[in-house]
Write a protein that binds this ligand. Structure first.
Ligand code: ADE
Length: 224
């Protein structure tokens, strides 16, 4: 998968996109991430990428021109399956959306800032709008990282133990069951006997029951 991320704050991506699973996926050649500073596509002498809203009102709006120039440049070299704008009024990200997007090859993520982007970008340049939840962040950068992370870990070969993505919470609309590790008895706090019984089928059955119990208790909406 190739991810092109368009942002006014490229420095924000330096840490999170260079650690752990994302880093490993890049090293394995399964993912490449390209960060583009929107200011590099501005024709303004001060490299401005935003302007006042027509009609007045507080807050600056990202202009269409640098975004269009950047996207057009990227399209010269690759075909994109999706051009995604991160915005609190987009479709809410969930595991099934992440599953679908993890199968795509080339994706552009556009991070908004300030008061948003010129509506013509949303109407004509973007193919999908995604929100990571019903709250407002200062910009789309953190949302883009959340989305990127949720997709990347689903790409076959990214996780060492591929079955572990399948047993995540929300796959099959169930929360994940509890997990334990050594010691089996910590100051009298014991691991359930079934998990050290060595009986694989019974362990699987126990995990299913626990997942269902937990989902019923914490997220009954997932079972509807
Ligand atoms: N930008 C600001 N808030 C956001 C959110 N909740 N989801 C996606 N992008 C955003």
């Amino acid at each position: 998968m190739r991810l092109d991320i368009i942002t006014c704050l490229p420095e924000l991506f330096e840490g999170p996109m260079n650690q752990s699973i994302v880093k490993r996926s890049i090293e394995k050649g399964l993912v490449s991430i390209h960060i583009h500073n929107l200011r590099d596509y501005s024709t303004d002498k001060h490299k401005r990428v935003d302007d006042y809203a027509f009609g007045g009102g507080a807050g600056m709006v990202l202009s269409i021109e640098p975004i269009d120039t950047c996207i057009s440049k990227l399209k010269e070299d690759s075909d994109y399956d999706e051009i995604i704008y991160l915005t609190p009024d987009g479709d809410k990200l969930d595991q099934s959306m992440a599953n679908g997007l993890s199968l795509k090859k080339n994706i552009i993520l556009l991070c908004g800032h300030y008061k948003g982007v010129d509506q013509r970008v949303r109407d004509h340049l973007v193919t999908k709008e995604i929100s990571i939840g019903d709250y407002v962040l200062s910009g789309g950068e953190l949302a883009a990282m959340v989305l990127a992370d949720s997709l990347i870990r689903l790409i076959p070969g990214v996780l060492n133990d591929e079955s572990s993505a399948l047993s995540d919470s929300f796959q099959d609309n169930l929360l994940a069951p509890p997990v334990y590790t050594r010691p089996a008895d910590y100051k009298g706090l014991k691991v359930p006997d079934i998990l050290i019984s060595g009986h694989e089928a019974k362990v699987a059955e126990w995990r299913n029951e626990q997942a269902l119990e937990r989902t019923k208790k914490r997220r009954p909406d997932l079972l509807d």
